[in-house]
Design a protein. Structure first.
Length: 526
């Protein structure tokens, strides 16, 4: 096959070396710094999910991307290079997931204890086996909570976390508890249910969880796993703070596990190599089917740099420039705040309601008590990764066309004002809804754009296309909001306030438009 050896030497073998190196290096550093020396206390989700997702991106863009340039573009300029990079990213990320899971369980030592008093007299380990113990079931700490999750916030999850003191025997009356036996109950309902239905389901969940706890056999386990730093630990610690039981100096929460300890890893080790092998085979097959761009191949062989800076294109939407200055800054601020929440261990796919409030969510009972700054801060906070991505896509689209038209200052002012007014509308409409997200301000910018389009400020052929796309975007999102789980009050408040601001802007922008052609506004080097 023509150029097969070039494909293997320039693309496939470097991918294989990069994938294996990243998996080995990160797994080793995780074990050395976190497990062995215990230098960092980082939430398990960050180590096992978020870093494996993000880590491969940098070497792919900075190093491997250049090698995929020898792949020819498809028909109609379809770019198979990007697809190849996605396969490489998925292969490395999935292998990292499995490797971290294996490493955590494989390196965990099973410590045999005569009784629970011995647990504080030796180094803390991952697993424990108790010969003598007593579970004081009649004295427990409990925390009940709820969390909205799923696409478009469609699921409402109920949780009950219970902790039972682990004693030496039933005669043990020491004040401090050395370790706790952890249990968790979960139930999920539709978040589109009515308030009364949610309340009824919550009461039934509490009653059923208490009944299941009372009927459970707590002695049905083979060994304990020491709970790490994750969202469950946060809920268990809240249970402890709400109880009248005195915790000891160490807060060890032990989860009961069934099965043979030596078999806890299952086939994880095999799947580390299996996931790498499967991903590599898929990568190789796709690579075989792609054609080579001989011009780019010659450039690569002689080390000639490509004049087209596509790396810059990857990040053009977050790099301020003369044409779009405020839009990239706003996108970066939203992403930065999201990342700060993630690396504080609050989540990734979704954040808890209490955490959102702590970070500045708009919540009527608190906001009207004098914390009016929440009307603005809530517009830079998002409930999870999908919420963030959807809003940033909407902001990017409207910013590309609106900011050059109205200018930096007007764009920034309109964004802030409509964001605050959208939050105020949500505050007025809802009695006790936790509201976050940039969508109110984004709807405000669409309102500004809509006003300018309807005033016939812009040429007819320009206005028609963008008027239709804007109305579709606004109408579609409002319809989704009617289904539930979305703050339509903020959307409508932002849209209407933006429309008014657009009408106010109209005279000043018309003077500018009278002096220059509409296409001149979108010249990137103006």
């Amino acid at each position: 096959m023509k150029f097969l050896n070039k494909k293997i030497r320039i693309v496939f073998l470097p991918f294989l070396i990069m994938a294996i190196s990243i998996v080995i290096l990160y797994t080793f550093l995780h074990w050395l710094l976190v497990v062995y020396f215990n230098l960092f206390t980082i939430k398990e989700e960050v180590l096992d999910l978020y870093i494996p997702l993000a880590l491969p991106i940098l070497p792919l863009l900075l190093w491997f991307r250049k090698r995929t340039k020898i792949i020819a573009l498809g028909k109609r300029n379809n770019d198979p290079r990007f697809g190849l990079q996605i396969i490489a990213w998925l292969t490395i990320s999935i292998s990292l997931f499995v490797a971290q899971s294996f490493m955590e369980t494989a390196t965990g030592k099973l410590t045999l204890l005569q009784n629970i008093e011995q647990i504080t007299k030796q180094p803390i380990t991952k697993y424990y086996s108790l010969k003598q113990y007593y579970l004081e079931k009649n004295k427990f700490a409990v925390n009940a909570s709820s969390l909205v999750s799923g696409k478009n916030s469609q699921d409402l999850n109920f949780y009950m976390h219970l902790l039972v003191p682990i004693r030496i025997a039933n005669y043990d009356t020491t004040a401090n508890v050395k370790a706790w036996y952890g249990m968790k109950f979960v139930k999920t309902i539709s978040n589109n249910a009515s308030v009364d239905e949610k309340q009824t389901a919550w009461e039934q969940f509490i009653k059923q969880s208490q009944s299941d706890f009372e009927a459970s056999n707590l002695n049905n386990f083979d060994y304990f796993e020491n709970l790490g730093v994750n969202d469950d630990r946060t809920k268990y610690e809240q249970a402890l703070r709400r109880s009248d039981i005195e915790p000891g100096n160490t807060c060890l929460i032990l989860l009961p596990k069934q099965g043979v300890f030596e078999e806890r890893n299952g086939n994880k080790l095999l799947w580390i190599f299996g996931s790498l092998a499967i991903g590599s085979i898929v990568f190789f097959i796709v690579l075989l089917l792609l054609k080579i761009d001989e011009t780019e191949l010659d450039k690569f062989n002689v080390g000639s740099p490509n004049k087209e800076d596509d790396f810059k294109a990857y990040f053009a939407f977050i790099i301020p420039n003369k044409l779009h200055f405020i839009t990239p800054i706003l996108i970066c601020l939203n992403i930065l705040i999201f990342l700060l929440m993630v690396f504080n261990g609050l989540g990734f796919l979704s954040f808890g309601v209490e955490d959102l409030i702590k970070w500045g969510a708009n919540y009527r009972p608190i906001t009207i008590q004098g914390e009016w700054w929440r009307l603005l801060t809530s517009t830079f906070i998002h409930g999870g990764i999908m919420h963030l991505l959807a809003n940033m896509y909407g902001l990017l689209f409207v910013g590309l066309f609106l900011e050059p038209l109205i200018g930096r200052f007007r764009f920034a002012l309109a964004y802030i004002l409509t964001g605050i007014l959208a939050s105020a509308t949500s505050l007025w409409w809802h009695d006790a809804t936790v509201s976050v997200g940039a969508s109110g301000a984004i709807f405000g910018m669409y309102g500004v754009f809509l006003a300018l389009l309807l005033t016939k400020l812009l040429p007819k052929e320009f206005s028609k296309a963008f008027l239709i796309s804007t109305l579709i975007f606004v109408g579609f999102n409002l319809l989704i909001g009617i289904a539930g789980g979305i703050d339509n009050a903020a959307h409508i408040g932002g849209l209407l306030s933006g429309f008014v601001i657009g009408l106010i802007y109209f005279p000043g922008i018309k003077k500018i438009m009278d002096k220059k052609d509409i296409l001149d506004l979108y010249e990137p080097h103006l």
